[in-house]
Design a protein around this ligand. Structure first.
Ligand SMILES: [Ca+2]
Length: 351
């Protein structure tokens, strides 16, 4: 029997967030951590999202024998616990398959989504992620794998990858054929999405053989901290239009992790600061010799002339004259009494 999938928190989970103070990591689609819908510490599934008989995460009905019976399908699956993304970078890798049912054309496509709350969208061109006008009222970032060209919203073709913010109109997109990939070709496709909070860069990579390419397929500059003000739900969504279930969408494997990232220069500065602090603490723990203390006679020793006094006493007795003495270290102070009517005075001479 397979174990219940758990979100693996590297340090701590708090207040229902996946890492209020820490990073988090999770994997789905393995024997140890299978996809599960609407169970504790697993996935929130809405619409047509379901875990199929073969264990994969579907966004269309599991039964592929009667696609004509399903119209306007739309499914969304999100990790049930929100993730604290503040200041953090993330990496995710997943495999997906889009199975085309009709030769005339595939459905609309699949998308990796990040949302400020659990809100399923509409079918058709909206991927089950946006509302029916192509907008999302909560904060949202999506990487779409679009297999149907909607010219009115600027789709470049029926086989492209795009990066969206809040709107279904992509900020940037690229023909998947340039990577040698047919998104709706029925093959298992690997996708990697990396975000650097330090450099404010979102990168998308796709490949068929599972070897992560060195160069990104898409790259876009964005600060997610400007988009998300609170916890973030991550997952996927997929949809079809009004004419049958033209494509079936599945996620076969998914791993995701957030992490703290530090710029190299800042890291070097931090190391130097720690070293300096360490040296300072050690140095101040070693008792330093007072150059005068060894030469000071006890306060109750018999009177001698001349007699040395401690700095503390001189500072007190001279009411600030001590500052002048410290500047001129060759100075010696002598204490005496003048027989004058104005009373005792302090006198000094300089050596
Ligand atoms: Ca489209």
């Amino acid at each position: 029997m397979m174990d219940t999938p758990k979100l693996l928190l590297l340090v701590l989970i708090g207040a229902g967030w996946c890492g209020v103070l820490v990073t988090c990591e999770f994997t789905f689609g393995t024997d140890a951590s299978p996809f599960l819908c609407n169970e504790e510490d697993s996935l929130w599934c809405a619409g047509d999202a379901n875990v199929g008989s073969n264990g994969v995460l579907n966004f269309t009905p599991d039964d592929k024998m009667k696609p004509q019976e399903y119209v306007q399908t739309a499914g969304m699956a999100l990790v049930s616990s929100p993730i604290d993304m503040r200041g953090k970078s993330f990496r995710t890798h997943f495999t997906f398959r889009i199975e085309r049912m009709y030769p005339l054309g595939p459905g609309d496509g699949l998308a990796f989504v990040m949302l400020g709350s659990k809100v399923k969208g509409c079918a058709g061109r909206n991927f089950g992620a946006y509302d029916c006008s192509g907008w999302q009222i909560v904060q949202m970032v999506a990487v779409e794998f679009d297999t149907y060209q909607n010219i009115d919203i600027g789709d470049i073709n029926a086989n492209h990858v795009g990066v969206d913010f809040q709107s279904i109109r992509s900020k940037i997109s690229r023909d998947a054929s340039e990577g040698g990939i047919s998104l709706a070709g029925g093959e298992v496709i690997h996708a990697w999405i990396d975000y650097s909070a330090v450099y404010g860069q979102l990168e998308v990579r796709i490949r068929l053989d599972g070897r992560k390419p060195r160069d990104p397929f898409l790259s876009y500059s964005v600060a997610l901290s400007d988009i998300f003000s609170g916890p973030v739900y991550v997952g996927f969504a997929g949809s079809n239009g009004v004419y049958y279930c033209q494509s079936f969408y599945s996620i076969l494997y998914w791993t995701f992790r957030t992490f703290w990232e530090f710029p190299p220069l800042n890291l070097l500065r931090a190391i130097i600061s720690l070293v300096v602090l360490f040296v300072f603490v050690i140095f101040n723990k070693v008792p330093r010799e007072n150059p005068l203390s060894d030469r000071l006679p006890p306060e109750d020793s018999p009177a001698v002339s001349p007699r040395e006094f401690s700095f503390r006493k001189l500072k007190f007795d001279t009411h600030g004259f001590i500052h002048w003495i410290r500047i001129n270290k060759s100075v010696s102070i002598y204490k005496g009494t003048l027989r004058m009517r104005i009373g005792p005075l302090w006198s000094s001479s300089f050596g």
